[in-house]
Design a protein around this ligand. Structure first.
Ligand code: BJW
Length: 234
């Protein structure tokens, strides 16, 4: 049995991390064109760094912790690992590390990771907990003044290619069970995964509300991820 799970911002909402498109969501205070495109970063890197610096700091505050949905997914992964007849892939659009903190071992972050920085020149990524700025020394060459400010947040902006698409596409086309949790289904290619699962696949959506993608699912469960994920995976 092949199981593919896709999570979105809704899975981390109950941990205190704002979603994008809900009331009080991240895009309410910012036009995404100003902070989440390569053009925005080229135009105003200070603003973009500030936006991600604030989110990186917030993610590391002590009240931000995995919730019961993250824990249920980690426990399910562990249960699958003990069985030869189940293949399991967890794909997240989230850039937080709450799946890992809950114990998930193998998470595909298709939109990148907030706690990593990427060198603009080599594309090499580095674990990163601190603020980034145009003055940040390059980790490979901290004394080279001319190589300051070469790091960007390791996140996938609009117009950029998401990470791991071949693996995701292979998992989708072989899936027997596809579960989408807490995602609005408006951002592609993630929103298109459900349509690329085979006819016989069982497709379940867990979300507080109906989404643009709901009609593509066989079952839609309305409720908070922290309660519904554990019930479905029991
Ligand atoms: C709960 C809950 C609780 C709340 N319990 N539920 C026209 C048509 C088709 C595509 C395009 C188009 N024009 C442009 C495009 C492409 C574009 C796109 O999709 N745009 C659309 C907006 C139209 N996509 C791209 O550019 C992507 N790249 C690309 O396409 O490359 C080319 C290519 C790819 C493949 C093949 C060939 C070519 C890149 C997209 C990158 C997205 N980046 C962001 C920012 C990442 C960094 C950051 O965090 O700042 O990723 S945008 C943002 O949206 C973030 C998220 O991962 C992503 C999805 O959001 P998500 O997770 O769904 O959150 P919300 O807020 O939207 O929804 C939360 C949901 O949870 C809601 O439904 C709530 O109800 C629910 N919820 N609490 C359960 N407790």
């Amino acid at each position: 049995m092949n199981i593919l799970i896709l999570t979105g911002a809704g899975v981390s909402a109950e941990s205190g991390i704002p979603t994008f498109r809900d009331a009080n969501g991240l895009w309410e205070g910012h036009a995404f064109e100003d902070v989440a495109t390569p053009e925005a970063f080229a135009r105003n890197p200070v603003l973009v760094h500030q936006f991600y610096n604030e989110r990186r700091r917030r993610l590391q505050e002590s009240d931000i912790q995995p919730n019961a949905a993250h824990v249920a997914l980690a426990e399910f992964e562990q249960a699958c690992a003990d069985r030869d007849d189940i293949r399991f892939l967890l794909v997240t659009q989230n850039i937080d590390d709450l799946h890992e903190r809950a114990g998930s071992q193998n998470v595909l972050h298709m939109h990148g990771e907030l706690l990593k920085a990427q060198c603009l020149e080599s594309l090499q990524t580095y674990p990163w907990k601190d603020d980034l700025s145009l003055e940040t020394p390059h980790p490979d060459d901290p004394d080279d003044e001319s190589k300051r400010g070469y790091l960007r947040p390791h996140v996938v902006w609009f117009g950029e290619m998401p990470i791991g698409l071949n693996q995701i596409s292979e998992a989708a086309s072989n899936a027997d069970l596809f579960l989408a949790i807490g995602t609005s289904g408006v951002v592609y290619p993630a929103a298109g995964i459900v349509a690329s699962t085979p006819h016989a696949c069982r497709r379940i959506e867990i979300n507080l509300d109906a989404t643009e993608a709901s009609s593509a699912f066989d079952e839609t469960i309305r409720g908070p991820a922290s309660i519904e994920v554990g019930k479905v995976l029991q």
